[in-house]
Design a protein around this ligand. Structure first.
Ligand code: PEP
Length: 249
């Protein structure tokens, strides 16, 4: 059976102290969640306090990005080798906000993927189309290209650790959610594209939905065959909502 995952993307929210408190609240309620891996995607500054807050629990830690370089004169950058020692197992790569505001393209993301794997971080690789691309009926082509240009460069062994997140840009932080049928349709497409390169292994790849997912809509979205969980932004900032989403399976 495929792993079920609910991952929080805290983005640039919470002070370190607030983040620590939020992580503690998630840990405290995590026993209510069965059979779902909980991941907290925290700012770099929060890796240390949150790693302490989740120590001894099943809650996992993720960064929201990593540098495309291993070390050196890259002011402000944070290397994957600096993230892993905090016990982080994951890194979110290719989030639409990174693609949009930091010009991240496939060439950069290929380098980031290499750094992630070299340091034992499993990428949560985000794909998704903009509103105008969906309206033009190009959403299948957009996600196919985002996968072909990056995921197809992975080895079979690397692919085994990959998590994919489908996040339609028009649904992120907007309150608009893809319908469960829209999510299923494109998740099934993503799995087909993955299978065209990696064969039956694609059956094991967790594909998460992201975009205004909340306690009230999670159950319907997660009921779909190819939706294996969620990447949660706004609703991950309240432990109660995050846990309620994870209980929606
Ligand atoms: C995200 O940006 O990863 C996300 C899914 O955000 P939100 O849940 O706030 O739409």
């Amino acid at each position: 059976m495929r792993q079920k995952i609910v991952a929080g993307n805290w983005k640039m929210n919470t002070t370190p102290a607030e983040g620590e408190a939020l992580a503690k609240a998630v840990v405290a309620a995590s026993s209510e969640v069965k059979g779902v891996t909980l991941i907290l995607g925290v700012p770099f500054t929060h890796l240390c306090p949150v790693s302490k807050a989740i120590a001894g629990s099943d809650v996992k830690l993720s960064a929201q990005d990593c540098s495309a370089h291993d070390k050196g004169a890259y002011t402000g950058e944070v290397a994957a080798s600096m993230i892993a020692p905090f016990g982080a197992g994951y890194v979110i790569l290719g989030h639409s906000e990174r693609r949009e505001y930091h010009g991240e393209d496939s060439a950069i993301l290929n380098e980031k993927m290499k750094q992630a794997y070299a340091n034992g971080l499993a990428p949560i690789y985000c794909v998704g189309e903009k509103l105008e691309e969906r309206e033009a009926g190009k959403h299948f082509d957009v996600v196919t290209k985002q996968i072909e240009e990056v995921v197809f460069n992975l080895s079979d062994e690397q692919f085994d650790k990959l998590v994919v997140a489908y996040e339609p840009v028009w649904a992120i932080g907007t309150g608009k959610t893809a319908t469960a049928d829209q999510a299923q349709e494109i998740h099934a497409h993503i799995r087909k594209v993955l299978a065209s390169k990696f064969g039956a292994k694609a059956e094991n790849t967790p594909i998460l939905y992201g975009g205004s997912c909340k306690p009230s809509n999670a159950a319907e979205i997660f009921s779909k065959a190819d939706v294996d969980g969620g990447l949660i932004g706004g609703a991950a900032l309240k432990a109660e909502d995050f846990i309620a989403i994870a209980k929606a399976f």
